[in-house]
Design a protein around this ligand. Structure first.
Ligand code: CUA
Length: 327
């Protein structure tokens, strides 16, 4: 089945279960279509017009009605539960996954690893590890689609969406944009290169790296003057950002939100949208001052201030923020 030309390679942990459900749906639809066709032919013969034969009207039958209600209900509920289980598993990135930031634009994919490696239209990942993608678009809606992994996720401007996969076979697989995004949409393609762990570490250590993503973010944090208010030693005019990632935040208007990537992003671009309880809405917006990639770095830095927030690949060479808070 694997070499069947209509079937893309199965190279992730979810591919098998997605295919199983797909095959079940096709088989079910095929069975129903064939059964209905046979019935049509059989009944056309059996009840054809003949002298002395008349079809009889059946005036209701409780067992028959229960059967034709219960059987489809059971089939549909099976499809629903089966599909929901796969959906929730695909929608929930496992903890400790390696994180890759994706910025889509007309018409290319820009990818950035936690360790600082940047790629265009090519994503290198290790086999046998969970990889989480944190994605946003610089312009219109795109969609990150890797058939061999059976994952497809829309990439939207103005917010982060996530997807994850666990590659099971080394190889090179297609990456497509699956949302019509303009003239060169069909050219917005790339490849995902799945490597053996040793090969991958070799790849990671090669090339020119300007430091980890979080370290880049830290530099920006200093340059933009954020530490003036967001202090780590004493309570500043803005909240202390250490240890907040992934935790609930109490807001001034009584709401409580989880400090995830989208929250940090929004707090940088529209600071007054969600003001933390006990603080004043004095922070200026950084809309237009930072681009998507710089935002990504800032988000990665704020995340790194919370130990084991995500970042499975570790965040080495980041000194404790307390040590370098010289302004
Ligand atoms: Cu990007 Cu289509």
């Amino acid at each position: 089945m694997y070499d069947f030309p209509l079937w893309p390679a199965r190279a992730s942990t979810t591919a098998g279960s997605v295919d199983a459900l797909f095959i079940f749906l096709v088989a079910l639809a095929g069975f129903m279509s064939i059964a209905i066709f046979i019935m049509i032919v059989v009944f056309a013969f059996k009840y054809r017009r003949r002298a002395g034969h008349r079809a009889e009207q059946i005036e209701g039958s409780v067992p028959l009605e229960i059967t034709w209600s219960a059987v489809p209900l059971a089939i549909f509920l099976t499809i629903f539960v089966w599909g929901a289980v796969i959906y929730f598993r695909e929608r929930t990135p496992p903890r400790g996954a390696e994180e890759v930031y994706v910025v889509a634009k007309q018409w290319m994919w820009k990818l950035e690893h936690e360790q600082g490696q940047r790629e265009i239209n090519e994503l290198h990942v290790p086999v046998g590890r969970d990889v989480k993608l944190i994605m946003t678009s610089q312009d219109v809606i795109h969609s990150f689609y890797v058939p061999a992994f059976r994952i497809k996720q829309d990439v939207l401007p103005g917010r982060y969406t996530t997807a994850w996969f666990h590659a099971t076979r080394p190889g090179t697989y297609h990456l497509f944009c699956a949302e019509y995004c303009g003239t060169a949409h069909s050219g917005m393609i790339g490849q995902v290169v799945v490597m053996e762990p040793a090969q991958y570490s070799g790849w990671l250590s090669g090339g020119i790296i300007s430091g980890s993503l979080a370290a880049t973010g830290e530099t920006m944090f200093q340059q933009l003057g954020c530490p003036t208010c967001h202090r780590f030693d004493i309570q500043g005019r803005g909240p202390n950002l250490q240890g907040i990632f992934g935790k609930p935040v109490q807001l001034e208007d009584g709401r409580s939100v989880i400090a995830d990537e989208n929250y940090i992003r929004e707090s940088i671009l529209s600071p007054s949208a969600k003001v933390v309880s006990g603080f004043k809405p004095i922070m200026p917006t950084f809309q237009g001052l930072v681009n998507e990639e710089q935002l990504t770095a800032l988000v990665a830095y704020v995340k790194s201030l919370t130990p084991q927030a995500g970042g499975g690949a570790g965040t080495p060479n980041i000194s404790s923020p307390v040590e370098q808070k010289k302004e």
